[in-house]
Design a protein around this ligand. Structure first.
Ligand code: C2E
Ligand code: CA
Ligand code: CA
Ligand code: CA
Length: 277
């Protein structure tokens, strides 16, 4: 991190490991990634298991590095957050995802939603609401097609600004979802106070189907039902997991069992191709 570099002998005693050096290189390259058009979006289908229909997609960013190839978000989002680059990157993702959904609609492919991940740092900018609103207007996409995924970190912080922004976004008709639900440290009280429509069950609970994790999954589903929230299970990899979830009345699912994240073209071919025959 920057602190380690800045302070004298620590730089040599513990800061100069290879991982850190790699990060500094990545950080420098990330500054140029946006203007060099090196970021790409993949889309993972969200499937209704009951109807076997695709209902939406989640946009997931990748960095197509000129030398290193595809870099997964786990490797550069933390750097982007540390440096603040997540703000322009996040705006690019939002714009791109909305444009793509609009393009699909124009092609006759009537997907119901695109989900975009937002970082806490984006929420801490005082103009997030106007950015989102402007993007939707520019792209001419109606707000109900946009879903935004937030993490529990945001809710733990619970500032006036984030609350205000959430209310504005919801007021516009945007669906707000809590990502990785159950992994954070927030209390449950907020679920009634905040304008949230959807809980995404974290893949750690979906995948480890021991009795305990099944109990957690079941508790989240019941909680969602009682509070009138939608629930999506993510990381569904097997038929057993899908069957268990549907036996618990959770039908919206996302995971490798249905599809890995795909390019926009692949999505169209896989889920809309029959229209061309
Ligand atoms: P996430 O939002 O929880 O996204 C789900 C992650 O799980 C994705 O990883 C997805 O590829 C992966 N996944 C989906 N189905 C399965 C499955 O069946 N099994 C397993 N093992 N994994 C599955 P990905 O694309 O590497 O993204 C990782 C994280 O990076 C995301 O987690 C999200 O927190 C972050 N991220 C991705 N794109 C963006 C973005 O545009 N903005 C922000 N702020 N964060 C992003
Ligand atoms: Ca997500
Ligand atoms: Ca998630
Ligand atoms: Ca996650």
């Amino acid at each position: 991190s920057k602190e380690t570099i800045g302070c004298g002998y620590h730089f040599f005693s513990e800061g100069m490991d290879i991982r850190n050096f790699e990060n500094i290189q990545l950080e420098n390259a990330l500054y140029k990634a946006l203007e060099n058009d090196e970021l790409v979006l993949l889309y993972q289908p969200q499937i209704n298991y009951k109807t076997n229909q695709i209902e939406g997609v989640e946009a997931l960013v990748r960095w197509n590095h000129p030398e290193q190839g595809m870099i997964p978000p786990g490797k550069f989002i933390p750097i982007a957050e540390e440096t603040g680059l997540i703000v322009p990157i996040g705006e690019w993702v939002l714009t791109e995802a909305c444009k793509q959904l609009k393009a699909w609609h124009n092609q006759g492919f009537q997907l119901q939603s695109v989900s975009v991940n937002l970082s806490v740092l984006q929420f801490e900018q005082n103009n997030l609401f106007s950015i989102v609103k402007n993007v939707l207007e520019k792209v001419e996409l109606s707000p109900e097609y946009l879903h935004l995924e937030l993490t529990e970190n945001l809710i733990v912080k619970n500032t006036e600004l984030t609350l205000k922004t959430m209310k504005q976004l919801n007021g516009l008709g945007i669906n707000l979802a809590i990502d990785d639900f159950g992994t954070g440290y927030s209390s449950l009280g907020y679920l009634k106070k905040l304008p949230i429509s959807t809980l995404k069950i974290d893949k750690s609970f979906v995948q480890e189907m021991t009795e305990d994790e099944a109990a957690i999954t079941n508790t989240i589903i019941t909680l969602a039902q009682n509070l009138n929230l939608e629930v999506i299970a993510e990381g569904v990899e097997t038929l057993e997991q899908a069957e268990f979830l549907s036996s618990q009345d959770c039908y919206m699912m996302q995971g490798y069992f249905f599809s890995k994240p795909l390019t926009a073209d692949q999505i169209l071919k896989k889920y809309f191709s029959h229209k061309f025959n």
